[in-house]
Design a protein around this ligand. Sequence first.
Ligand code: GLU
Length: 322
Amino acid sequence: MRERLQNKPVQNQFDISGLDLPAILATIEQEVRARFGEGEVADYIDALAKVPLDRFGMALVLRDGTIHEIGDSRDPFSIQSISKVHTLTMALDAVGEALWERVDREPSGDPFNSLLQLEYEKGIPRNPFMNAGALVVADVILSNYAKPEEALLEFMRARSGSADVGGDDVVAKSERESGFRNIATANFIRSYGNIVNDVDAVLDFYFLQCSLGMNCVDLARSVQFLSHSGFCDVSGKRVVSWELATRINSLMMTAGTYDAAGDFAFYVGLPAKSGVGGGIVAVVPHVMSLCVWYPGLDEKGNSMLGRYALHRFAQLTGLSVF
Ligand code: GLU
């Protein structure tokens, strides 16, 4: 069926005063509920496989800190690859531009856990959001933070304002037990010298970041600095410069949603980062950050109804970076 394209642009995309955000969220929730059951939960570990397909939450955090939320927005879930945004920010903070000598900034067009390009690109991952790139980022963090795991938890807690953020040992353990591909990837990169720390330590850090449990409100707040020119209102601290915030957003746009980043730009038009736990964070630069969660995934690994919710959000609000 041919999609009916919307013809209701918001005149000034930074002015959201005319938008009834609670009503828009209610409409989205109603539409999503009617489609509960779609998609498949990630089944490579038990903790993800048993999450029922009737969970949906969404939270928006405006620049002034106002929160709009709906559904299961306070239920914690496994953030998985969403953490790659935070670890990238930490690595850039530690080494700046030098990071780009070790990780590229191009979309891969291949699945997130692919090893294909790594061999002919000599161990330089295409971008920091595929697993290979995140493993190099983890290595950089290990080299530059005295207590890397504590630093990550501290970063997450400060950004989200939630002291409860923590790793889930059961998830981290099953990530390791089923992590053959990540273990292979890390060793492969090590063979090119682009991982310098003990491979197991790098993997432990990576599995910890994947295992963090957070809810939609925490996660939307944790990336609020990306919607506020690098300033985090939750902690009252500048996290990155305005320019770096725009750059992280651009990487999320081109590589944040696996090999569906093109489709996300096409349908949603907002920088976003997804995880196989069914969460997706997104940013409307200068306006708000948001997070949506529905555990059923599409064939690319993005939350099926999370993606639909963001598509509808973009249509109903007229918010887009384009
Ligand atoms: N733990 C998963 C992996 O490393 C994370 C994948 C994801 O969320 O993209 O394969």
